[in-house]
Design a protein around this ligand. Structure first.
Ligand code: ATP
Ligand code: MG
Length: 144
């Protein structure tokens, strides 16, 4: 309905290709300038078991092994973003999965190296956002 604000939280990951190139500050600036607030954030190194569990929805896909190997190839920044329609807003700011299809100015258009090494992850719906936030953070760690 017009005039009603819908504040959401979404799980974002700055992926190893981006942490390796010291892009975390630039990406955070783009997220914040895009209207999203970083209400939790930590830099971690995923184990293979953690990556496989996080991406278990893709376990039957041909790229699953490559994806999990990439996600464990270096540190990641996991973060919770909050804002008006944060889930769809973050996906707009990220751009299309394949950087070749990503709109100009999006994070993936600017920084992604390939379909796999595409710099960022963002939850795709409310239910997956809740599960993904709970995978990495306790409620007490989210400080709006
Ligand atoms: P993410 O879930 O990371 O936000 P997405 O929702 O745009 O990205 P998904 O379809 O959920 O894309 O795929 C998860 C990730 O798997 C992609 O971000 C990308 O890193 C990798 N991936 C997806 N499709 C392919 C593919 N065909 N080949 C190689 N890697 C892929
Ligand atoms: Mg996805």
């Amino acid at each position: 309905m017009k005039g009603i604000t819908v504040t959401e939280r979404t799980l974002s990951i700055i992926k190893p290709d981006a942490t390796k190139r010291n892009l975390t500050g630039q990406i955070n600036a783009i997220l914040e300038e895009g209207g999203l607030r970083i209400v939790a954030q930590k830099r971690i190194q995923l184990t293979l078991a953690q990556a496989m569990e996080f991406y278990s929805v893709h376990r039957e896909r041909p790229f699953f092994g490559e994806l999990c190997e990439f996600m464990t190839s270096g540190p990641v920044l996991v973060q919770v973003l909050e804002g008006e329609k944060a889930i769809s807003r973050n996906r707009e700011i990220m751009g299309a999965t394949n950087p070749a299809d990503a709109d100009a100015g999006t994070i993936r258009n600017r920084f992604a190296l390939s379909l796999t090494e595409n710099s960022v992850h963002g939850s795709d719906a409310g239910d997956t956002a809740a599960v993904e936030i709970g995978f990495f953070f306790a409620g007490i760690e989210l400080v709006g």
